[in-house]
Design a protein around this ligand. Structure first.
Ligand code: IVH
Length: 670
């Protein structure tokens, strides 16, 4: 090949690869397969190897290039990278608007809102559309040159398209971040290989952009949103919305949640909606940024030395807080598992007051080295339960001692043990009242026997007075006995006894879940109920028989058998039956053949004649099994309306696909 031909082909390949990078990393809608993409890259690499003088810094092959550095070069920002003023309430936002009104009397104001990404501010420099330099914010005036690291971010265009591609010198600003799912995966990997993990995505992203070796950064899943063009007015943009549109057209990734808001009420509504959605964003956002849309107005408003006057950050309620560990207590679960719990000085966190946080198990306490007297950083990610992120070591008092896990049950004083391979210490006393209380609470819980009014206070008293020693005792309770309990009015006693009686007809699946058999939760319980239909048949099933059921492995089969071999448990079941507690699963014909035994199904998309859940029950009732992902072992993929990638997986793996009609035929419903 001549040099001229190579040059021609190289530029074609680069253009195609840039285009596919954009589709894949920025738009998330690839048009070619990974293999086709790899082939383009391979061809480009080979040509560049044959003609090394044709390699340019913006070539896709140069994403991960450059030698490790000892220190980053300082970069003076052309204009200071400012901070943002904060608002924490709608009133603060109204005050912001009032300030704007005073500064620009008689003008109409309109806004644009977008998520405030909890990442790292960066500034990118492009010369005639070529990415030439990227810098950290630093102290706002001088940052660090991290060009080589930024180039590894695949959604960052190295060549711009459209009008911005022709600008002699263009500076754009944005935020580098690590998507939450990628962060979690990275941490899992680091943990498995015994390396230190990151406390949050922001720290992980900060660590990645300041890596001395770009090859390491390249393995870190970073992403970037751009939100600012310096000198936008000089470039002819009239509004921030125009600017964002131009950024998008140039190939930059801009935030899809960017929204124009014509009034402050719309702004407040946006902030409220975004806060409600914050967990669905896929990345950490700590607020919303509200910006005056008109660039002319922005220019007239100007900036303080700290922040622009035309923008404000509405901060979401904090989900991290620090507080002091006042004590570490140990709770006893329904299987005797001992769970350490840190008692905290109460602290508000994302709308609730936190005074307890689970430390999970001995290893976790040891790993985090949480001690009584420590100040801890706690976090509530989403609406989930708070957890300890880390101890604030700088605040550790001099006299703390490492926590020693007790080897006795804190409630009954019986010996506790941690069996090999188990994460938990367990109280070995099956008659432990704390275990019984936890078991009873579980028995009455919503997904088990669903006994309304069987709250913690009742259970406490019933056990402490030795009136209830097992599940069966519940069904012999009289209204008088319950009314006799402390803080129990006649009416509530009637309600509780009625609720207990009503729970008799919940069916076998719920009963099995309620019994609290080790490793048997809602799913396994319903699997067993559907397979055996009655308690009698289940009691008679051997370990081998149990083990033969898809979805029930050795350990589980053993645990089930061990439970039913225990004479005390059999006695309780006998007495439950005597009390007329339903021991069969309604709708399961026990002697019916199981035509789908041994077959696995994946159901994807919406079916018109039954819900996915109903399809699952149907399959399981006929002896089949349902899994969530397609593998070579899957027997059938049932495809409804708007199926997801699972249908593609099935085609790729050659798994038989059933449409709804074929599925109904197979299951005898049509
Ligand atoms: S605009 C000149 N928009 O928040 C005004 N900033 O606390 C520039 N940030 O330094 C800021 N998301 O690093 C803007 N959508 C967004 C943002 C955002 C995150 C960061 C930015 C800024 C810091 C201020």
């Amino acid at each position: 090949m001549t040099r001229a031909d190579a040059l021609q082909r190289i530029s074609e390949l680069r253009e195609q690869i840039h285009h596919h990078d954009y589709l894949y990393y920025t738009e998330a809608r690839p048009e070619i397969s990974d293999a086709e993409y790899d082939a383009l890259m391979r061809e480009l690499r080979e040509l560049e190897a044959a003609f090394p003088d044709l390699v340019t810094p913006d070539s896709p092959t140069q994403r991960v290039a450059g030698q490790p550095v000892d220190a980053f070069r300082p970069v003076a920002h052309r204009a200071a990278m400012l901070s943002l003023d904060n608002a924490t309430s709608p009133d603060d936002l109204r005050e912001f608007e009032a300030r704007l009104g005073r500064a620009l009397p008689g003008t109409r104001l309109a806004y644009v809102c977008e998520p405030k990404i909890d990442g790292l501010g960066i500034a990118l420099l492009y010369e005639r559309g070529r990415f030439v330099r990227g810098a950290t914010r630093g102290d706002g005036r001088v940052g660090e040159d991290i060009t080589a690291n930024l180039k590894t971010i695949r959604s960052l265009p190295t060549l711009l398209r459209g009008a911005l591609g022709g600008v002699p010198e263009l500076e754009v600003r944005g935020e580098v971040f690590m998507p939450r799912a990628d962060f979690e995966q990275l941490n899992r990997g680091l943990q498995e290989s015994g390396e230190g993990t990151f406390a949050n995505p922001r720290n992980a992203a900060a660590g990645a952009v300041r890596q001395k070796d770009p090859a390491v950064t390249a393995r870190r899943p970073l992403d970037i949103f751009l939100y600012h063009v310096s000198e936008g007015r000089e470039l002819g943009f009239r509004t921030y919305s125009d600017t964002v549109a131009a950024l998008r057209e140039a190939g930059f990734k801009t935030n899809p949640r960017t929204e124009p808001c014509a009034t402050l009420d719309a702004v407040i509504d946006y902030c409220r909606r975004l806060e409600a959605d914050r967990d669905a964003l896929g990345y950490d956002a700590d607020g919303a940024v509200v910006k005056v849309d008109s660039l002319e107005q922005q220019w007239r408003l100007g900036s303080t030395t700290h922040h622009p006057r035309w923008a404000i950050a509405f901060k979401f309620a904090a989900r991290q807080a620090t507080t002091v560990v006042q004590a570490i207590e140990v709770n006893v679960g329904k299987t005797g598992a001992l769970t350490p719990v840190a008692k905290l000085a109460p602290v508000p966190l994302a709308g609730v007051t936190i005074s307890n946080v689970s430390l999970h198990n001995e290893d976790e306490v040891r790993r985090k080295d949480v001690r009584v007297g420590d100040t801890v950083l706690i976090e509530r990610a989403g609406d989930v339960i708070p957890y300890v992120v880390q101890v604030v070591m700088s605040k550790r008092p001099a006299d703390t001692v490492p926590y020693v896990f007790p080897d006795r049950c804190p409630v009954c004083g019986h010996a506790a043990a941690r069996l090999p391979g188990e994460a938990y210490w367990r109280c070995l006393n099956t008659a432990c009242p704390a275990q019984l209380k936890a078991r009873l609470r579980h028995f009455g819980s919503r997904h088990a026997m669903d006994i309304e009014h069987l709250g913690e206070a009742v259970v406490e008293q019933l056990v402490d007075r030795k009136r209830v020693k097992d599940f069966a005792d519940l069904y012999t309770l009289t209204v008088d006995e319950v009314a006799d309990l402390e803080r129990f009015a006649e009416k509530s006693a009637v309600n509780l006894v009625a609720a207990i009686q009503a729970s008799k007809t919940r069916g076998l699946a719920r009963l099995l879940n309620a019994l609290g058999i080790l490793m048997v939760g809602e799913r396994v319980a319903s699997l067993l109920a559907n397979q055996f239909g009655t308690m009698e048949r289940l009691l008679a099933a051997s370990e081998t028989e149990l083990n033969e059921i898809r979805g029930i492995g050795d350990e589980l089969a053993q645990s089930i058998r061990r439970f039913f071999d225990d004479e005390t448990n059999r006695e309780v079941i006998r007495r439950l039956a005597e009390a007329d507690v339903e021991m069969a699963q309604p709708g399961v014909e026990t002697e019916r053949p199981q035509p789908l035994a041994g077959r696995t199904f994946v159901v994807t998309g919406a079916l018109s004649s039954l819900t996915r859940e109903a399809a699952r029950e149907l399959i399981e009732r006929l002896g089949g099994r349902v899994t969530s992902s397609v593998s070579k072992k899957t027997s059938y993929v049932v495809v409804g309306e708007a199926p997801g990638s699972k249908a593609d997986d099935a085609r790729r793996l050659g798994v038989e696909i059933l449409d709804e009609a074929a599925f109904l035929k197979l299951t005898g419903r049509a």
